[in-house]
Design a protein around this ligand. Structure first.
Ligand code: PLP
Length: 409
């Protein structure tokens, strides 16, 4: 029999979203007449922007002609898309990013899970708590954490608690860490970071020779003018920060798949013999080994997001989801719940009633309101006592879900 990689056996229970799907299916199978509303996993529901669809059709036609056919593309993404990303996502905000610092990939999930691979196995990892579970899990399977305790905590992870008591802003680690995962706007709490707080993280990373893995998958949802959109708006970040972004939640690419990671050329790491080398070069090498690049059609579709028409259509999607966020937030507050988020992020972070655990609350909302949410505890130990709803449902579903929670809970 084959022997398993023991690190995989250190994973806590099921992947959160798989467990949500499992419980939902058990309930749906037992209650076939119930119409469930899913505000749990956080998948978008609106169709692709028309500019994106048109670009896909055109790109498909290119592939149909011998003269314009494309085979294998660049591992790191086509230059036309990388240039658009550098210009529109960064240049427009006064941040200089070079085309060869942008690595196009199939997902923010894959990037945030894979980046740890190029760092030493004994690196100490810090994660916001609660947060998107992939950062912790990918380090568990890489063997950095050991087994979790009974409360689900890994001794090898430095948790950075984010709760209402600290306004969901984690303190700097009280010990040395090497890799710091920051997610802003935050999934699941919806919190954003101030420029001053982000500057403190950059200063910490520089002082500790640490790397910040900055996940800005929800950047498009920032509406407060003072909130930084990129970590590179902070002086000194280019030496210490990698930034990941995704087309999933702004342009509706959850089924299309496209994201990117920025690795500035100033970033350097140390080899075991003490010599230093470029992180950008190592990530490029790793990408060449493990990726074939993304389909041409999808990259053309992504580039359409940066056309004037595409920008307007994407903004309309974001606005519409944020209107849902306000409906949920106001509705639940009116029903007496304590609610956070919903301002610069498409997530509503709700306190569960006193002494009701987050999975019990999940089951209660599923069983009585027939609404699927996500239990806070699944995002990390400090998420216990909270519950997440997403703003990605249709308007009708969103309004109905709020009505059901208000009247049935
Ligand atoms: N990062 C965060 C914080 C997320 O919440 C998600 C998806 O929910 C992702 C990354 C994944 O994005 P992608 O669809 O590009 O893999």
């Amino acid at each position: 029999m084959p022997r398993f990689n023991a690190a995989y056996l250190n994973l806590n229970q099921n992947y959160l979203f798989a467990e949500i799907r499992r419980r939902t299916k058990v309930f749906a199978d037992a209650h076939p007449d119930v119409r469930l509303i899913d505000l749990g996993v956080g998948d978008v529901t609106q169709p692709l922007p028309p500019a994106v669809v048109r670009a896909m059709h055109e790109a498909t036609d290119e592939l149909a002609r011998r003269e314009t056919f494309k085979g294998y593309g660049p591992y790191v993404g086509y230059e036309f898309l990388r240039a658009d990303i550098a210009t529109h996502d960064f240049g427009s905000r006064g941040v200089q990013i070079a085309v060869d610092e942008v690595f196009v990939s199939d997902g923010g999930k894959s990037d945030s899970a894979n980046l740890q691979e190029i760092f030493a196995p004994d690196c100490v990892v810090a994660v916001m708590d609660p947060v998107y579970p992939v950062y912790a899990d990918s380090n568990v399977v890489a063997g950095r954490t050991g087994r979790a305790d009974a409360g689900g905590r890994y001794a090898g992870i430095a948790y950075l608690p984010c709760t209402a008591e600290n306004s969901f802003q984690p303190a700097l680690p009280d010990r040395h860490v090497d890799l710091i995962y920051l997610c802003y706007p935050n999934n699941p709490t919806g919190a954003v970071v101030t420029r001053e707080a982000l500057a403190r993280w950059v200063a910490y990373a520089r002082a500790e020779e640490a790397v910040i893995l900055y996940d800005a998958a929800y950047e498009a949802y920032i509406s407060d003018p003072d909130v930084p959109h990129s970590i590179y708006e902070i002086d000194g970040a280019r030496e210490v920060a990698i930034e990941c972004r995704s087309f999933s939640k702004n342009a509706g690419f959850t089924g299309m798949r496209l994201a990117y990671t920025v690795v500035p050329k100033e970033m350097r790491g140390r080899a075991p013999d003490g010599t230093t080398m470029s992180l950008n070069a190592l990530w490029a090498r790793r990408t060449a080994i493990k990726s074939n690049g993304l389909p041409y059609v999808i990259q053309r579709a992504a580039a359409a997001v940066y056309t004037p028409e595409g920008k307007k259509q994407v903004q309309a999607l974001v606005d519409s989801y944020m209107a849902n966020a306000r409906i949920i937030s106001a509705g639940l507050a009116a029903a007496g719940f304590t609610v956070y988020g919903a301002r610069n992020a498409p997530y509503i972070w709700v306190r569960t009633p006193p002494s009701v655990s987050s999975w019990d609350f999940f089951d209660r909302v599923l069983g009585t309101a027939h609404v699927v949410g996500a239990p806070g505890g699944g995002f990390g130990p400090s998420g216990e006592g909270y519950f997440r709803l997403t703003a990605f449902g249709s308007r009708a579903q969103t309004e109905e879900a709020v009505k059901r929670i208000k009247t049935r809970l």
